[in-house]
Design a protein around this ligand. Structure first.
Ligand code: NI
Length: 137
């Protein structure tokens, strides 16, 4: 870290105690690391709410034997190819497939894709996790 700035923070003792407990639970090595993470999370949340560019992953689990689930999953991905960076398909067992769709784009488009995937009949589970695209000013 080249441009490190130090600043003081004043907190009520009780709030700091709770923060320190959280730090221990989340295995942060120090308060600075925890605070940096919280700030980054908050900024990603803001980017998300403002519809800025974000990156993330949509994770799906489905039974590929179920009628039309496979064509649904593929068709919808073609409809959203402008936000999909890559897709990884893992055959979990005889029936189940795990698909991880890496995405980057406007928050609303990514949410729409996640909702669309979730709504496909035969998709057992779909989760969306968002992160920063890393391009923010
Ligand atoms: Ni498979």
């Amino acid at each position: 870290m080249s441009d490190l700035v130090r600043f003081g923070v004043s907190l009520e003792r009780a709030l700091l105690d709770r923060f320190d407990t959280l730090i221990k639970e989340k295995k942060y090595t120090n308060r600075s690391e925890a605070l940096r993470d919280l700030i980054r999370q908050e900024l990603v949340q803001k980017q998300w709410q403002e519809g800025q560019e974000v990156a993330g992953a949509i994770t799906l689990v489905y039974d590929h034997h179920k009628k039309e689930v496979l064509s649904g999953v593929i068709d919808k991905q073609h409809d959203f190819q402008e936000v999909i960076i890559s897709t990884q398909h893992i055959h979990l067992d005889h029936h189940n497939c795990l698909e991880i769709i890496a995405v980057r784009g406007r928050a609303r488009d990514i949410q729409r894709l996640a909702n669309t995937m979730k709504a496909i009949k035969g998709v057992r589970n779909a989760t969306l996790s968002i992160s920063s695209s890393g391009r923010e000013a």
